[in-house]
Structures are given as structure tokens and as C-alpha cells.
Design a protein around this ligand. Structure first.
Ligand SMILES: Cc1cc2nc3c(=O)[nH]c(=O)nc-3n(C[C@H](O)[C@H](O)[C@H](O)COP(=O)(O)OP(=O)(O)OC[C@H]3O[C@@H](n4cnc5c(N)ncnc54)[C@H](O)[C@@H]3O)c2cc1C
Length: 388
């Protein structure tokens, strides 16, 4: 902003090596040498979720996990403690355990249906509640990033993987019919669809308790934040890591349980706020959906972050928050939330020095990126032939 006032017309992403590499469809893993400009590369994965689930199942079974397949028909609880005692399968087999993880998806078979843990609804902040998903043929060049495109009553994702592209349209059914949503999805594809679109209903929010009695909900049974930032698998992993770090003995201390719930609740709220920002900060006024999002009330925690940024470009992250400063800054500035003043620490540095330093940063990044392999070359070398 300081150099913008004096005529710098460069975009913020011209100073991001990730952005420069992504725009040229190039990729490499970050350099371990902190002096290298390539050490600033950051990345996340695009998975074929079905293939990944099969991989994890095999991985776990090879390490001794016993898998029993069957539909749970009945759940038995202890009369005194209210803890879950056993689950009974369709074939009559009963399975006892000390501790249970509810991974039954939106049904929340153990946490809600058995233990009665309530759901906190956040759909007044994140009103999208339906998705249509369809895969399409791979396109060239293979791009190393997701494209999320705002639509009339939601947004569309395009996620390229090695063998196909995943696409989906997330929308709010109060503002759009399924037929219209389907037309928008298909119109937004850049290659032939591989089948018909699948419709998925969801509700954004989370459980009042993630750990209750002798049961933890993981995945969709514990809550769902729509996939604008693709955070569900991350939240599942966080649940597992937190449980391991608080691993209880047979007494199931309330202290451990409360701490788990505090940490997971904080995690969900932080992700929630970041996603709400994308919607609320919009300047679009061309549809009832976007008008609703622009005018809706938002959580105090998010308003506080916006106020701090507006007042002087500050981003304060809580300990271990998933989204980094660059992520917050990218969405704030990208949605035209601009600081009213620049950091006074820059006042004593001549503008020409700052500009010189920015220019040399940009040149070093461009030079480093020019030597990188294309994303397709990298993937061929790194994960060639991995297909199930
Ligand atoms: C539209 C959409 C887009 C998404 N995009 C992303 C993304 O980009 N990134 C990301 O990280 N996550 C994403 N997710 C979330 C991701 O799909 C889930 O986190 C993942 O599927 C794990 O879900 P789950 O195992 O909790 O539930 P599910 O996948 O629904 O699995 C629940 C399982 O429980 C079984 N079950 C239910 N009842 C019983 C019973 N009585 N007996 C036995 N079994 C039972 C079901 O058969 C099913 O196999 C997305 C989700 C949606 C809806």
C-alpha cells in the first residue's frame, strides 16, 4: 500500500513465489535451504478421495487394524454411566469397546442418535446447503491449483488431479433450483463430464461436544464446514492428533474431554470465520444470495479481525491457527478490505529503497520459477502410475 500510493502498479501476488509458479503451471517441493527463494514455496494436496480412502484402509490393515464390515443396527449404552457399551451389526454380531469413534457421516449414529449431542447450526452465516459434483476429463496443461468461481447463489470448484478433474457447484437451495444449479455446473466445465452429477445435501455447523462420554465424533458426524477451503480432512486429522495427545486412561477424565472440546471448537470456529469472510466481504450486488451475504451479521471474532486489518493492516492469528497471515491478507485485499494506514515502521525508509527491494524480490522469484519443471512433469516423476 505504501508503494502503491507512489505509483507501484504491481499486484500483491507478484511478490508471492507460489502465485508466480502456479500461474505458469509449474511446481517443485520447497527447498530446505532457508536462503533459497524456493524455500518459500507452500503446497497442499489434491486427492482423488475414493483412491485415498482405499489407500488408507490398506495402510491401516497392513499395520494390524482389524476391519469388520457391516451395518450397525443397534447401539447399547451402560445403564449407569450412559457410556456406549457395544454396537450390534445387522448379522447379529455384537462389538464391545472401551471407546468409540463415530465416523457415520451426517447421520451421527453414536454422537447424536445414541448420546443426544446437539448440533449447532451455522447456516445463517454459511447458507449454502447443497452440492452437485461431477468429474470431467483431464485437460492440458495440468494446473497445480484449485479454481473456485463465484456463481449466482454459491460457487463452483474445479480440482485437477492426475487422471481427471473434480468439479462441483455449491449453492443455497433457498436461492436456486437444482435444475438451474445443474445447468451452471455443466456450463462451467472445461471438458467432457464423466457421468451424471451427484447431489449432496449438507448443513453447516458442528456438534455442541466433539467428545461426549466415551465417544468422539470424527468427520461429518462432528460437523461440516462447506468445502470452500477444503478443510474437512484436515479437521479429521486434527481430531485424531488431539485425541492421541490427550489419550485417556480407563477413567476418561473430564479435564481431558473438556480440553479436547475446547481445542476442536476453537479450530472449527477459526475455519468458519475464514470461510465467512469470503462471502461477507463481497461487493457483489447482482443477486439476492450475495445481497444476503453482504448484509448478514457476522461473528464478533471475525469482525474483530476485519477491524484490526482495516485499522492498520494487522493480522493476529491465534496459536496454531490453520490459515496463515498470507491467506488472511489475500482474502481481505482480494475482497477490497484495504488498511486505512500503512505500518508506521516504514515511514523512515525511503520509498525508493522499498521499491528496489520489492523489485529484486520479484526478479529473484521469476528467475527461480523459470527453472522449475511443469506441474505435470513433477507429478509424472513423483506419483507416476499410482492409480487404483
Ligand atoms: C460437497 C462436499 C465437498 C467436500 N470437499 C472436501 C474437500 O475438498 N476437502 C476435504 O478435506 N473434505 C471435503 N469434504 C468432506 C469429506 O467428503 C468428508 O470429510 C469425508 O467424506 C469424510 O467423511 P466421513 O467419513 O465423516 O463421512 P462419510 O464419507 O459420509 O462416511 C460415513 C460412513 O458411515 C457409514 N455408515 C452410516 N451409517 C452406518 C451404519 N448404521 N452402519 C455402518 N456404517 C454406517 C456410511 O456407509 C459411510 O461409509 C467434502 C464434503 C462434501 C459434502
Amino acid at each position: 500500500m505504501h508503494t502503491k500510493n507512489s505509483g507501484n502498479t504491481a499486484a500483491l501476488e507478484d511478490y508471492s513465489i507460489c502465485s508466480i509458479a502456479a500461474k505458469q503451471a509449474k511446481f517443485i517441493l520447497p527447498d530446505n535451504n532457508p536462503k533459497s527463494v524456493l524455500s518459500h514455496l507452500r503446497y497442499a494436496y489434491h486427492f482423488d478421495a475414493t483412491a485415498y480412502a482405499a489407500f488408507l484402509r490398506k495402510y491401516a490393515q497392513q499395520r494390524g487394524v482389524m476391519r469388520i464390515e457391516g451395518k450397525i443396527e443397534n447401539v447399547l449404552t451402560h445403564q449407569d454411566s450412559g457410556n456406549i457399551q457395544s454396537v450390534t451389526l445387522e448379522n447379529g454380531q455384537s462389538i464391545d469397546a472401551d471407546f468409540f469413534f463415530d465416523c457415520s457421516g451426517f447421520k451421527a449414529l453414536l454422537l447424536e442418535k445414541t448420546l443426544g449431542v446437539k448440533f449447532t447450526d451455522w447456516s445463517h452465516w454459511l447458507p449454502c446447503n447443497r452440492a452437485q459434483a461431477v468429474a470431467s476429463e483431464r485437460t492440458e496443461p495440468l494446473l497445480p491449483f484449485t479454481i473456485s468461481t463465484a456463481k449466482t447463489a454459491g460457487w463452483q470448484w474445479r480440482i485437477p488431479t492426475q487422471h481427471r478433474t473434480g468439479n462441483g457447484h455449491i449453492y443455497c437451495r433457498d436461492f436456486m433450483s437444482d435444475d438451474e444449479a445443474n445447468q451452471i455446473l455443466l456450463k462451467g466445465l472445461d471438458a467432457k463430464p464423466l457421468g451424471d452429477a451427484r447431489t449432496i445435501d449438507f448443513q453447516t455447523g458442528c456438534r455442541e461436544h466433539f467428545w461426549f462420554k466415551n465417544c468422539i465424533g470424527l468427520g461429518l458426524s462432528s460437523g461440516f464446514l462447506e468445502p470452500l477451503e477444503s478443510t474437512s480432512i484436515f479437521l479429521i486429522q486434527q481430531g485424531i492428533v488431539r485425541f492421541i495427545s490427550l489419550y485417556p486412561d480407563g477413567q476418561l477424565s473430564n479435564v481431558l474431554q473438556n480440553e479436547y472440546n475446547r481445542l476442536m471448537s476453537r479450530e472449527f470456529s477459526q475455519v468458519r470465520d475464514f470461510i465467512i469472510l469470503h462471502y461477507h466481504a463481497t461487493q457483489r450486488d447482482d443477486s439476492p444470495f450475495w445481497n444476503y451475504c453482504r448484509n448478514m451479521s457476522i461473528p464478533h471474532s471475525l469482525q474483530h479481525k476485519i477491524d484490526l486489518f482495516r485499522a492498520g493492516g494487522r493480522v493476529f492469528r491465534d496459536d496454531q491457527e490453520l490459515f496463515s497471515k498470507p491467506s488472511w491478507i489475500a482474502v481481505m485485499l482480494g475482497q477490497h478490505i484495504v488498511p486505512e494506514v500503512y505500518d508506521p515502521i516504514l515511514s523512515d525508509i525511503p520509498k525508493s529503497d522499498i521499491q528496489r527491494s520489492l523489485d529484486s524480490m520479484n526478479i529473484a522469484m521469476k528467475q527461480a520459477v523459470s527453472r522449475l519443471p511443469s506441474h505435470a512433469e513433477f507429478i509424472n516423476k513423483y506419483a507416476n502410475g499410482v492409480r487404483t
